[in-house]
Design a protein around this ligand. Structure first.
Ligand code: GDP
Ligand code: MG
Length: 370
């Protein structure tokens, strides 16, 4: 906003580039057509033409605020995979997540109390894996409807004693539509009399061919009840993640997606976000959907206050003006003013769209009555 190119200035004040350059040279400034000059110089020249100019702060800062710069290859660093668990009701999604977290809690920080923030991080041989609590199909439908994609790998839970069921098929379809690789967790293998070949056959009937049968999908037999196979499942997730070569740039302003949000009586609007790129710091100005604010505090999945969080980290944030919606995109920006302006612009656009919708309805009603 403080600078403008010679070309843009000429265009804005309706003069030829050569005329503008002439004035610049008279001032002792030798600028090329695409060179930027500062506002004061631009104002001097414009005044000379008898034209008053103003800084275009609002418009340009909004664009700067959400500008998606390309990450430089040297800034890209490996990031942990983000996993959702999908599958038919009662096949053991919740139990599996609990088993994974418990394995982890006991091995890493005995007695540690995990706080519910809608996602959690586990560590396997020094590598992090992030699990989203949102049931996979919800995560896929509501988030994808908003253009957000947050899952790197889908764990498809299939109960060995029940096989492929309607929601298993749905889960397969969602994952395929989103182009997200699937790892099958064949659960409840502790149960007597299970027929795993039947499950494998049903999976293959629905387009999931496991490695053992010449396909590409990894299947891990597990029991969320006894813990059998959980370690292997985690190792397979890491292996699959490695092949995806997941990377992000910790050096940029944070961007991500809102996983859940609520209005807390004591703490005000609280949102759990998954940071997908960049690093978020306490004090950062942020925008999420139609809410904005400055990060007052960040809390991780272990309930600890943290000062900064990098790519693939789920964090609860405090300091937003309202509770955003799950699936809203999240951006940190340079300053409060920009965050506020972006939200005002979004709200104005929403109002306009609502008005247009109303106008359309009344117009149609009108014609109906004729
Ligand atoms: P969800 O609906 O997919 O989240 O399934 P839940 O985790 O709530 O599990 C449904 C039922 O299956 C519960 O009664 C669990 O105790 C049981 N269950 C889950 N995993 C296992 C397992 O590995 N073995 C056995 N025997 N039961 C399990
Ligand atoms: Mg459940």
């Amino acid at each position: 906003p403080e600078k403008v190119t010679v070309k843009d200035l000429a265009e804005k004040i309706g003069k030829n580039v050569s005329e503008v350059m002439g004035k610049l040279i008279a001032l002792g400034v030798f600028a090329t057509i695409n060179q930027e000059i500062d506002f004061d110089t631009a104002e001097l020249i414009s005044t000379d033409f008898g034209i008053a100019i103003e800084k275009e702060e609002v418009k340009e800062e909004i664009e700067i605020g959400l500008e998606q710069e390309e990450d430089r290859p040297e800034d890209l660093k490996a990031r942990p995979p983000v996993i959702t668990v999908m599958g038919h009701v009662d096949h053991g999604k919740t139990s599996l997540l609990d088993a994974i977290r418990n394995t982890n809690v006991t091995s890493r920080e005995a007695g540690g109390i995990t706080q519910h923030i809608g996602a959690s991080e586990v560590e396997v041989h020094g590598n992090k894996i992030v699990f989203l609590d949102t049931p996979g199909h919800e995560a896929f439908t509501s988030m994808r409807a908003r253009g957000a994609s947050i899952t790197d790998i889908a764990i498809l839970v299939v109960a060995a004693d029940d096989g492929v069921m309607p929601q298993t098929k749905e889960a397969i379809n969602h994952a395929k539509a989103a182009n997200v690789p699937i790892i099958v967790a064949m659960n409840k293998i502790d149960k007597p009399g299970i027929n795993s070949d039947r499950v494998k056959q049903e999976l293959s009937d629905h387009g999931i061919l496991i490695e053992e049968w010449g396909g590409e999908t990894i299947l891990v037999p597990v029991s969320a009840k006894t813990g059998e196979g959980i370690e292997t499942l985690l190792e397979m997730i890491l292996l699959a993640a490695e092949m995806l070569e997941l990377k992000a740039n910790p050096k940029r302003y944070a961007t991500g997606t809102v996983i859940e949000a609520k209005l807390d009586k004591g703490r005000g609007p609280v949102a759990t976000i998954l940071i997908q790129n960049g690093t978020l710091k306490v004090g950062d100005s942020v925008v999420a959907g139609s809410s904005y604010g400055r990060i007052r505090a960040m809390i991780n999945d272990k309930g600890k206050q943290i000062k900064k969080a990098g790519p693939s980290t789920p964090v609860e944030i405090l300091g937003l003006s309202d509770a955003p919606e799950a699936g809203d995109l999240f951006h940190a920006v340079k300053e409060d003013k920009i965050a506020r302006q972006i939200v005002e612009k979004r709200k104005a656009k929403d109002r306009e769209e609502n008005l247009n919708a109303t106008a359309k309805v009344t117009l149609e009603d009108l014609f109906k009555h004729i």
